[in-house]
Ligand binder design. Structure first.
Ligand code: NAD
Ligand code: TYD
Length: 349
């Protein structure tokens, strides 16, 4: 099978690429990535020499480029992860989200439609999306696959739009598609603009750890390899046309999570307990900050037998260890553009 994975140099994509390259030597895996600030080939140094792996640098907003690679490589399946993925950046500059997440997704759907030309036997377009399309929960309840869409940030609106386009290509043109909507991921290779790696980086460097508002917003955290395993299961065994919600059954208020992380870091760094908590700094809230996300993954668990493989405590310990052992990776991604982003996002507050 010629399998195109988009966004494979990013956080989740790199774990998906590695899992597929290592587990399926008979698949030819093509990783298409524009290498934006969030894409980093360092994430895949251990797979780049594998015989079943090819990297294609390019942009999904460029239809002519997609036409060229689809003609050359005759992809039979696509796992689409490429996206602009950070809510704060979407608030500061929404157009990149419209371009990549909406237009880029439609470009890919159109490339598949042209090249598969109505012969959909053995073909699949798998779209990876987020639970943020469902909006914001109150204190009770969980997002299910039938929860109505109610996106509230430019990021989640662009992902919701892309989900609608994927379903429209299924209903209108008969294209075989699958979708999954996952909760917040964490783990190795996570770009340090997102809460957990940003906090690890700041705690390590003794810098303030910014907590938006009162820190009472709730997120449902899933270890990135467990998301990759869910994608693997849905890709092979999920029902065509269906959506699967993926979550960690692991809800945390931001402030509780950050306090736990401070304690784990104190232990790992040999600091006296309580030292890092002093770095916690409450800052101005995010505009339109969604209160709570929580996912009901029972369909995925019952139909496909998936379950998270690590507890949050185990996953967090593995994540902290990875960041402490990969200082070079962190130093590289936090130079240059990251410094500018950080200055704009935090120092102006
Ligand atoms: P990321 O920002 O770490 O990586 C995105 C990748 O896409 C990068 O490698 C980037 O270079 C690439 N990319 C961006 N624009 C591109 C373009 N125009 N053409 C080609 N490549 C482009 O994102 P992530 O956190 O790994 O998320 C991957 C996917 O999973 C996204 O679709 C996201 O919406 C979804 N998702 C993420 C989370 C999460 O917690 N991170 C949760 C649920 C769903
Ligand atoms: P983030 O990792 O950006 O993911 P998302 O917004 O997609 O859920 O943020 C997770 C939560 O942490 C969210 O409620 C916003 C909050 N947050 C902070 O309190 N401080 C920060 O510096 C960041 C980046 C996020």
């Amino acid at each position: 099978m010629n399998l195109l994975i988009t966004g494979g140099a990013g956080f989740i994509g790199s774990h998906v690429v590695r899992l597929f390259v290592e587990s399926y030597p008979n698949y030819n895996i093509f990783n298409l990535d524009a290498l934006t600030y969030a894409g980093n080939l360092q994430n895949l140094v251990d797979v780049e020499e594998k015989a079943n792996y090819t990297f294609l640098k390019g942009d999904i907003t460029d239809a002519a480029f997609l036409e060229k690679i689809f003609s050359e490589h005759k992809f039979e399946a696509v796992i689409h992860l490429a996206a602009e993925s950070h809510v704060d950046r979407s608030i500061a500059g929404p157009m990149a989200f419209v371009a990549t997440n909406v237009l880029g997704t439609v470009n890919l759907l159109e490339a598949c439609r042209r090249h598969w030309a109505g012969d959909y036997a053995g073909k699949l377009f798998y779209h990876v999306s987020t639970d943020e399309v469902y909006g914001s929960l109150g204190e009770e309840g969980l997002f299910t696959e039938s929860t109505a869409y109610d996106p509230r940030s430019p990021y989640s609106a662009s992902k919701a739009a892309s989900d609608h386009f994927v379903r429209a290509w299924h209903h209108t043109y008969g294209m075989p598609v699958k979708l999954s909507n996952c909760s917040n991921n964490y783990g190795p290779n996570h770009f340090p603009e997102k809460l957990i790696p940003l906090a690890i980086h700041n705690i390590k460097s003794g810098k303030p750890v910014p907590v938006y508002g009162k820190g009472e917003n709730v997120r449902d955290w899933l270890y990135v390899l467990d998301h990759a395993r869910a994608i693997e299961a849905i890709f092979h065994r999920g029902k065509v046309g269906d959506t699967y919600n993926v979550g960690g059954v692991n809800e945390w208020r931001n402030i509780d999570l950050i306090e736990l992380l401070c304690d784990v870091m104190d232990e790992k760094l040999g600091r006296e307990q309580g030292t890092s908590r002093k770095l916690i700094t409450f800052v101005k809230d995010r505009a339109g900050h969604d209160a709570r996300y929580a996912i009901d993954s029972s369909k995925l668990m019952k139909e496909l037998g998936w379950a998270p493989s690590v507890t949050f405590e185990q996953g967090l310990a593995k994540t902290v260890d990875w960041y402490l052992q990969n200082e070079q990776w962190l130093a590289e991604v936090t130079s240059g553009h990251y410094q500018q982003y950080y200055a704009q996002q935090y120092e102006a507050r």
